[in-house]
Design a protein around this ligand. Structure first.
Ligand SMILES: *Cc1c(COP(=O)(O)O)cnc(C)c1O
Length: 370
């Protein structure tokens, strides 16, 4: 293993670039006397609702809770089926399982990493209650088409937008297309806190207040509990940090977009499949994922050149031990299974310099010439 010359992620970079503002925000929250809820949380919620073009934003503890509480707020539970992508981070499935419902996987369209909208319809049964698309890697799914389909069958739409802060579909920001949109502010996301954090956005007032109650022990009025909730709230210190970072999100997403453009232009001639972007989509490139049949060899060649890459994700959810009980056999979701073997995430993010990007391109080009 050689020294890392191009790191995949550099969270300290994101901090150092904004350290003055972030330190001020954290101190302000510390000195405020508000350690649960209060003005920092309210102000971030208002800013993030405005940013995502949604009427309401409710901060919660993390992205998995955002998804789970969204499903609970829609009364989805035991006996219900929820359509999920076969290729996603496992949290999408875990939220469905957490409420006692069953994840029904649908494969990506060929050449895409996102759920194939055309394949959803044949998986709808009388038990289907919701569709849960994921804007994977920051490339948005055709949420307009999904909402039309959901309406036709009377289904709810819960979007997993954990990788899509700022992404747009036909010029409209992700945040209020579906009934509820779930966000993660895990530090590595495009908008990341200094620890765990999450939120839901929605245009539906009833859903917003239900999520808020569910995340607050099922209580709207202190010590009066309408239902059995959990404790999942956005921390004021995290909210203060997120308010600072939100102001820089577009600029940082633009840096990601510039890197993705450079990769896509330079790597087109190589034996790699590059991410496909539909004409109506404005991605935010949480990850820049290519597929290569000899992925593992490529990854170690890049590592020898000091280029750090990651795999999102090495095991499809249905083949995880956690989902053995669903008994979905090896070979039954071939696209997700192939992607788990072939995807490779190249370094991308605000921490990369133009020369880092050129170096990655030159190493990849050299590998493919031999
Ligand atoms: C990160 C992520 C989540 C979970 O978010 P946490 O804040 O880590 O709980 C859910 N779905 C997707 C697609 C993610 O990338």
């Amino acid at each position: 293993m050689s020294d890392i010359r191009v790191p995949f992620l550099d969270l300290k970079f994101a901090y150092s670039e904004l350290s003055r503002e972030l330190d001020d925000a954290v101190l302000r929250a510390s000195r405020s006397g508000w350690y649960i809820g209060g003005p920092e949380v309210e102000s971030f919620e208002a800013d993030f609702a405005a940013y995502t073009d949604a009427k309401y934003c409710v901060g919660v503890g993390n992205g998995l809770d955002a998804l789970t509480l969204a499903l609970r707020a829609l009364d989805i539970g035991a006996g219900d089926e929820v359509i999920v992508p076969s290729h996603t981070f496992i949290a999408t499935w875990l939220a469905v399982s957490a409420v006692g419902a069953k994840p029904i996987p649908v494969e990506p369209a060929s050449g895409s990493y996102n759920i194939d909208v055309a394949s959803i319809e044949r998986c709808i049964t009388p038990n289907t209650k919701a569709i849960m698309p994921v804007h994977l890697y920051g490339i948005p799914v055709d949420i307009d088409a999904i909402c039309i389909l959901a309406k036709k069958y009377g289904l709810a739409v819960v979007e997993d937008a954990a990788q899509a802060h700022g992404a747009q579909v036909r010029g409209k920001k992700i945040g209020s297309h579906g009934d509820v949109v779930a966000w993660s502010f895990y530090p590595g996301k495009n908008l990341g806190a200094l620890g765990d954090g999450g939120a839901v956005t929605t245009n539906n007032e009833a859903i917003a207040s239900r999520v808020r109650e569910l995340g607050n022990y099922g209580s709207a009025v202190k010590y009066y509990n309408g239902e059995r909730g959990v404790n999942s709230r956005l921390d004021p210190i995290q909210a203060a940090a997120l308010s600072v970072k939100l102001k820089h999100l577009d600029a940082w997403n633009q840096r990601r977009q510039a890197i993705a453009k450079t990769y896509s232009q330079a790597l087109g001639g190589l034996a790699l499949e590059l991410p496909h972007v539909p004409t109506w989509a404005d991605p935010v490139w949480h990850l820049y994922v290519v597929t290569a049949p000899k992925r593992d060899a490529l990854q170690s060649q890049l590592a020898s050149a000091g280029i750090q890459t990651l795999i999102h994700y090495p095991v499809a959810p249905h083949l995880q031990k956690a989902y053995q009980a669903l008994d979905i056999k090896l070979g039954s979701l071939p696209v997700a299974e192939r992607l788990a073997k072939e995807v490779l995430s190249l370094p991308i993010g605000p921490h990369l310099s133009a020369s880092d990007v050129d170096y990655v391109i030159s190493v990849l080009t050299a590998i493919h010439q031999v």
